[in-house]
Design a protein around this ligand. Structure first.
Ligand code: GSH
Length: 185
């Protein structure tokens, strides 16, 4: 069975959300990160950088949440994707981790970046329910996770972005979300 390595409160929840969406059976291997289990040789053999999440799927090992999401979409996603469709998914996954996350959670960037990013997302969600249109995809897991961490980690006023708030509400009601990010305590 696929193994997902993560900490109690970590970005492993993003991958867990997508595994739940895909209904892929998995075992969550919860590392005691306070005790430094992610720095022990056993885990460094899976991810030499010593960060979570990582997965082991048969003989295949992979780390970096974005890479894991795209792998899962390719391997377990329900519809075959053309190179162009795969590139669009990669675009949003990379945007989530390289642009949206740092723009919101990097304090030094927030004032400048957040209005630009959130205004653009708000305009998209005014037109359509999900990032790629009417269908929920891995792009929504990547971007939706970052958005969902805003109220968990920060006190920011998102009222200027009502379509984003509505999107966050819709995704937070998904059963797979509830079993992962939404189940944090
Ligand atoms: N870009 C990486 C970030 C991974 C990351 O920073 N994970 C944190 C937990 S959320 C971690 O492992 N921290 C432990 C450490 O840095 O020692 C990803 O998305 O997978």
């Amino acid at each position: 069975m696929l193994k997902l390595y993560g900490g109690a409160r970590s970005r492993a929840s993003i991958v867990q959300w997508y595994l739940e969406e895909l209904e892929v059976p998995y075992e969550f291997v919860k590392l005691d990160m306070q005790a430094g289990e992610h720095r022990q040789p056993q885990y460094l053999a899976i991810n030499p950088i010593g960060k979570v999440p990582a997965i082991v799927d048969g003989d295949f090992q992979l780390w970096e949440s974005g890479a894991i999401l795209l792998y899962l979409a390719d391997k377990y996603g329900k519809s075959a994707q053309s190179p162009e469709q795969r590139a669009k998914l990669a675009q949003w996954v990379l945007f989530a981790n390289a642009t949206l996350g740092p723009g919101i959670f990097g304090e030094e960037n927030r004032e400048r970046e957040m209005p630009v990013l959130m205004t653009a997302l708000n305009e998209i969600f005014e037109r359509q329910p999900f990032l790629l249109g009417n269908e929920f995809t891995v792009a929504d897991v990547a971007v939706g996770s970052i958005l969902s961490y805003i109220p968990i980690l920060l006190k920011l006023d998102l009222s200027p972005y009502p379509a984003v708030l509505n999107y966050m509400k819709q995704i937070s009601e998904r059963p797979a979300f509830q079993k992962s990010i939404g189940g944090r305590n």
